[in-house]
Every structure is written in structure tokens, then in C-alpha cells.
Design a protein around this ligand. Structure first.
Ligand code: SF4
Ligand code: SF4
Ligand code: SF4
Length: 247
């Protein structure tokens, strides 16, 4: 068995740690708690976290998805069960079909409450720990079960492509950054060194055609999570991280 590069072992250890902490952190990523907070005019933990994800994406894209998300950790843990790449863009639209009405409900709830007038990071999480009552494990296992089932029955990080309500915040931040074209964390490629071995494409946890991106000289892709797998697997060191403006 080939030994994984140190950077990838560190990354996967961080993802697993985040997955282990999910019983503590779940409410801060919750699509429900944010609605409950909005209905009472409360800026809660998940609203703040989603706001941070959007703002961070202006400079580091979807780094959170590659290095810190518990559901991402679960998705990659499932690679040992089903490592089938999801080629094409089928299903990527679904998360927008979920996200748009959900954001509409949050806005409607906040307007109905007369706007936000209070900040409580720990709204519905008074102890600071999300799993502070046995019945909350029901929600915990439903969330994990849906992401698990998609990874096991559909393929690599299928939940990230199709149902994630957080990804659109980061994609929007990233698109705004691209419009402004200010310095940010990106990938760059030296196409002339590429030998078309396709190892980058095979290694990509988001099933992107990385070799094609290299050949086109366009490394920007809204589904790229900046995990660095392609960077570390390339035998010719064609791909690298850069903190710079885009082309
Ligand atoms: S797409 Fe969603 S579930 Fe997947 S890693 Fe990113 S935030 Fe987590
Ligand atoms: S293109 Fe490279 S950095 Fe982006 S998700 Fe795929 S392997 Fe990770
Ligand atoms: S791994 Fe490197 S050399 Fe191989 S196709 Fe990808 S960029 Fe080209």
C-alpha cells in the first residue's frame, strides 16, 4: 500500500477529528437552528458560522470543506467502502434547489420577527454542547445517515455535491472573489510539465477532471475544496498552491 503524503495524512486527521467533535458542534452547522433563531430575531451560532464561511471563502475558497468539515470527514472515511468518482455535474444543482428556498424561509422568519435584535451564539445550545439530551441523537444520526448513505450508495463525497446547504455560501464567496480578482488561495499549474498521467484526476475527492483543468490552464472550479490531493500526487509537481490573483 502506497504511503500517503504527510500533508494528506494531516488533512485527513483534521477531518476525522472534526467528525469526532460533531456531537459537540452539530448545532453550529444546523439548517434548523438558524431558522428558529431568525423566528425570534436572534443571530445564532449557525448564522455566524455560515457568515464566517462566506467571508473566509473570499480569501481561501472552500478550504473548510477540504480540511475542517465533519461531513467531509465522514465522506472521505467512506472512500474505503465506495470510492467511485462522480463524473460530470449531475446533481451539483440540487444543493442550490435546497439552499434557495431555505434562505428564503430564514429571511421570511427574520422579517416576521421584526428583524434581528439579539445575538446569542448558543441559541438552543445553552450548554455549548449540541448533544446534551438523548433525543438529540435522533437528529445527529439522521444527518450522519443521509451523508453516509449518499457516500456509500452514490460515490465520492456525494453529499457535498448534492445536498449540502453550506457549500453555496462558500461558492458565492468564491465567485465574488473571482469577480473582484483580489489575491486569494488558489491552485496554479505549469501545464508544459504535465505528462497526462491522470493521477491528479484519480486522486481528486471531488471527482474533478483535474488533468483537463491543467490542460486548459484553468484551475478554478467552484467544486474544488483546495484539499491539495492533486498537488501531492503529481509526479511532476505540475500543480501547486498559490496566494495570488487569478489569471
Ligand atoms: S460541501 Fe458541505 S458537507 Fe461537504 S465538506 Fe463542504 S461544508 Fe462539508
Ligand atoms: S482539484 Fe485538487 S485541490 Fe481541488 S478538490 Fe480536486 S484534488 Fe482537491
Ligand atoms: S498528476 Fe501531474 S503530470 Fe499527471 S496528469 Fe496530473 S498534472 Fe499532469
Amino acid at each position: 500500500m502506497t504511503k500517503r503524503p504527510v500533508r494528506q495524512r494531516i488533512r485527513q486527521a483534521l477531518l476525522l477529528l472534526s467528525l469526532l467533535l460533531f456531537p459537540v458542534t452539530m448545532n453550529y452547522f444546523s439548517p434548523y437552528v438558524i431558522i428558529d433563531g431568525a423566528a425570534q430575531g436572534i443571530i445564532n451560532g449557525s448564522l455566524i458560522v455560515f457568515g464566517i464561511q462566506f467571508l473566509a471563502a473570499l480569501f481561501v475558497g472552500r478550504l473548510w470543506c477540504g480540511w475542517g468539515c465533519p461531513a467531509g470527514g465522514l465522506g472521505e472515511a467512506c472512500f474505503t467502502v465506495n470510492d467511485k468518482p462522480l463524473r460530470g455535474k449531475q446533481g451539483n444543482w440540487l444543493k442550490w434547489a435546497i439552499w434557495a428556498p431555505w434562505v428564503g424561509i430564514i429571511a421570511w422568519a427574520a422579517i416576521s420577527a421584526g428583524g434581528y435584535h439579539q445575538v446569542n451564539f448558543f441559541h438552543l445550545t445553552e450548554s455549548g454542547v449540541s448533544m446534551d439530551a438523548p433525543e438529540r441523537y435522533f437528529i445527529y444520526y439522521i444527518v450522519l445517515g443521509v451523508f453516509l448513505a449518499l457516500s456509500v450508495f452514490v460515490g465520492r463525497r456525494a453529499g457535498c455535491h448534492t445536498i449540502c446547504w453550506m457549500a453555496p455560501f462558500m461558492i458565492l464567496g468564491r465567485k465574488l472573489r473571482n469577480l473582484g480578482n483580489w489575491p486569494a488561495l488558489r491552485l496554479k499549474a505549469e501545464t508544459e510539465r504535465c505528462i497526462n498521467c491522470e493521477r491528479c484526476t484519480q486522486a481528486c475527492p471531488m471527482s474533478l477532471d483535474v488533468n483537463g483543468m491543467v490542460q486548459r490552464g484553468v484551475m478554478e472550479n467552484s467544486e474544488c475544496i483546495l484539499c491539495g490531493s492533486c498537488v501531492d500526487v503529481c509526479p511532476k509537481k505540475v500543480i501547486s498552491y498559490t496566494f495570488s490573483k487569478g489569471k
